[in-house]
Write a protein of this length. Structure first.
Length: 396
């Protein structure tokens, strides 16, 4: 394992009460850039993602491994009085506390912002939820797909005839996780200037609304739908051996160039396609023409022709193909390191490239409770006290 060196967050301690994806994606970024992330888990079961799929590694399955490198695990019964005292001792030495339970859970445990602020006024209390800590949906279970449905994301489609469907990647979880990273970093900067911590909150709901800022502003100001996927000269088109996407935009007369690439007559000379307004009005017809033409040859053939005209295009790849793409390798997005169980972890690395502070894998994703004794010893607990907590079932 590499050492942190002089990474941006070296010296920052994070208490991580998170699970599944929103919170763990946030705390993994903090750990990648040097923070000491201490993952507080429930004895016996731990993070819910340890059980999200059936895998030969059980609790250390690929889903958990993807989200929890550069963390240390402490399996602690936080509902016990002794467990609560341990948490408060950790809070006294911490900079950030992160959670993504339903609203009110941390407060019921005795770890709400006001309680922890009384112990450590410099603490940054960061919280991610489904819909927010107040409001009509505050107690509703927060989940990525629900946020897609509530915020209009799921209803927005490239073609109105397509069935409404779930977006297949955890868009809300990831975006909210990255927004929580932003909030924590802003709070750390603010604390550097003022000496005081604060509460930071994000939600799946707010994150997906914010992601639609262009579409939302058009709806609010003009009562019109803005849907970039329905541009008349853009789309996903099957070929003889796959599919490609074309974005017919950002040129003086993209239709003319598309027609030249496809060996079609210049349709932009026709009245029905003479300008963008006419192309929108006759979108079904122009899409039909393009579909029929692309279906006559291979993806590689048409990509070459389109790129000759400097048109925006790409092959439609599946994830396995994308992971093998030379650009993926060149960008250094593939990360490998050894896990204590003896298996090589193969995953994706950080998308943030910093010339003076590259990421470092200091810790493999932890076994449940792997670092409990180590972390408590660092707090000054002697071995007798640690053994006592283990015997009492407080520390696993």
């Amino acid at each position: 394992m590499s050492t942190a060196g002089n990474q941006p967050l070296s010296g920052i301690r994070v208490l991580d009460f998170t699970q599944v994806m929103l919170g763990p994606s946030c705390t993994q970024v903090l750990g990648d850039y040097g923070a000491d992330v201490i993952k507080i888990e429930k004895p016996g079961s731990g993070d819910l993602s340890r059980w999200s799929i059936n895998d030969r590694l059980g609790q250390d399955n690929p889903v958990f491994l993807s989200l929890n490198r550069n963390k240390r695990s402490v399996a602690l019964n936080t509902r016990s009085e002794e467990g609560r005292k341990v948490v408060l001792d950790l809070v006294r030495e911490a900079d950030v506390v992160v959670s993504n339970f339903r609203p009110g859970v941390m407060e019921r445990l005795g770890f709400g912002y006001e309680e922890l602020k009384a112990v450590n006024p410099r603490i940054i209390w960061a919280f991610g939820s489904g819909f927010g800590s107040t409001g009509p949906y505050m107690h509703k279970g927060g989940q990525d797909v629900l946020a897609q449905a509530y915020t209009g994301v799921m209803a927005r489609k490239a073609d109105p005839d397509h069935p409404t469907a779930i977006y297949a990647t955890a868009l809300a979880d990831y975006s909210a996780g990255m927004q929580l990273v932003q909030g924590i970093l802003l709070a750390l900067l603010h604390r550097e200037r003022t000496g005081t911590g604060q509460k930071v909150e994000v939600s799946l709901y707010n994150g997906l609304l914010h992601m639609q800022m262009q579409e939302a502003t058009m709806q609010l100001m003009r009562d019109r739908e803005l849907n970039w996927a329905r541009m008349p000269l853009s789309g996903c088109f099957p070929t003889t051996d796959g599919a490609l996407v074309l974005v017919g935009a950002f040129k003086e007369n993209p239709l003319r160039d598309i027609c030249a690439a496809l060996d079609l007559p210049d349709l932009s000379q026709e009245e029905r396609f003479k300008d963008l307004a006419a192309q929108f009005a006759n979108r079904p017809e122009i899409q039909r023409i393009l579909r029929e033409r692309f279906a006559t040859d291979t993806t590689a053939h048409w990509l070459a022709r389109l790129e000759e005209r400097d048109l925006l295009c790409a092959p439609v790849k599946n994830l396995a193909e994308a992971l093998q793409d030379p650009q993926t390798v060149h960008n250094g997005m593939l990360l490998e390191f050894e896990h204590p169980l003896g298996e090589t972890v193969r995953t994706v690395g950080s998308p943030i490239a910093m010339s003076e502070a590259p990421t470092a894998v200091r810790h493999a994703p932890p076994r449940l409770g792997e670092h409990g004794a180590q972390v408590l010893a660092e707090l000054g607990y002697d071995q007798a006290r640690i053994d006592q907590l283990k015997d009492a079932g407080v520390l696993a």
